[in-house]
Design a protein around this ligand. Structure first.
Ligand code: ATP
Ligand code: MG
Length: 240
């Protein structure tokens, strides 16, 4: 019998989180990070890329369609102690802040090709990629023959054989009452970020909805966002 191939793990770099999923994401998989506004999706994705470079010596690419000003992005990251320009200078990470112009018929996939970003990423050969967000990419995508085709096309085109995180924006926060979207079936894993109300205050919560090939925890855990550290999950304190 052929020897079973072991699934390699890519740690998220989020303190307290990896122990909930056997040490990390399955290498090469596509993970969706989903949540309503302000649930720390961008912070999580950036931390995945920055800690990948700092702690695990893995090259990372961060593509954001939400912030067009690299200096503003850098200033925000510095609040968590992450020096993006220095990491770029050292060729440990690449950051793209494209401003697509759908009114001119510009399409997400064409951008990758025409801007030269696709070629640059291929040459850089990153182990990690984060795209902020798939929702925006989809909004700027031409119809390649049905919703599932569009999503699969985009997800595959932005994967580059890396372990890739796509942010997915949600409008409704109650996971029990919503229809899942096509991208959630197409992705290998889903991480859900949310606010949970306790009387007159909201706490931040995180849970793993799915992670193919992984015996992951299904609890909702509290997390904090800390100055100089970023996101910290507290696996010892389940919210439910
Ligand atoms: N330096 C900081 N220290 C502590 N908390 C912070 C800091 N910076 C931001 N936050 C918190 O993180 C939240 C924003 O996080 P982030 O931008 O990652 O969320 P998001 O889910 O990407 O939001 P959006 O849906 O708007 O893109 C802020 O609203 C704030 O509550
Ligand atoms: Mg964001």
């Amino acid at each position: 019998m052929e020897k079973e191939k072991k699934i390699e793990r890519v740690p998220s770099g989020i303190r307290g989180f990896d122990e909930l999923m056997e040490g990390g994401f399955p290498q090469g998989d596509t993970v969706l990070l989903t949540g309503t506004p302000g649930t720390a999706k961008s912070t999580f994705a950036l931390q995945y890329i920055v800690q990948g470079a700092l702690k695990y010596k893995q090259k990372g690419v961060y593509i954001t369609l939400e912030e067009h000003d690299k200096d503003r992005l850098a200033a925000r990251a510095l609040r968590f102690g992450w020096d993006l320009p220095a990491l770029e200078e050292a060729e440990k990470i690449l950051i793209f802040t494209p401003e697509l112009q759908p009114e001119l018929g510009e399409d997400s996939l064409e951008w990758l090709e025409k801007s030269g970003a696709g070629k640059l990423i291929k040459e850089f050969d990153p182990q990690r990629i984060a795209v902020d967000s798939l929702t925006v990419l989809l909004a700027y995508a031409k119809d390649y023959g049905g919703e599932r085709r569009i999503v699969e096309n985009l997800v595959n085109s932005f994967r580059f054989n890396a372990t890739t995180m796509f942010i997915n924006e949600r409008k409704i926060s109650d996971l029990d009452k919503i229809d899942f979207q096509t991208e959630e079936f197409v992705s290998d894993g889903i991480i859900y970020l949310q606010f949970i109300r306790h009387g007159n205050l909201y706490r931040r919560g995180i849970n793993i909805v799915k992670m193919r090939g992984t015996n992951h925890d299904t609890g909702v855990y509290p997390f904090r966002i800390e100055e100089g550290g970023g996101i910290i999950v507290h696996p010892s304190e389940k919210l439910f």
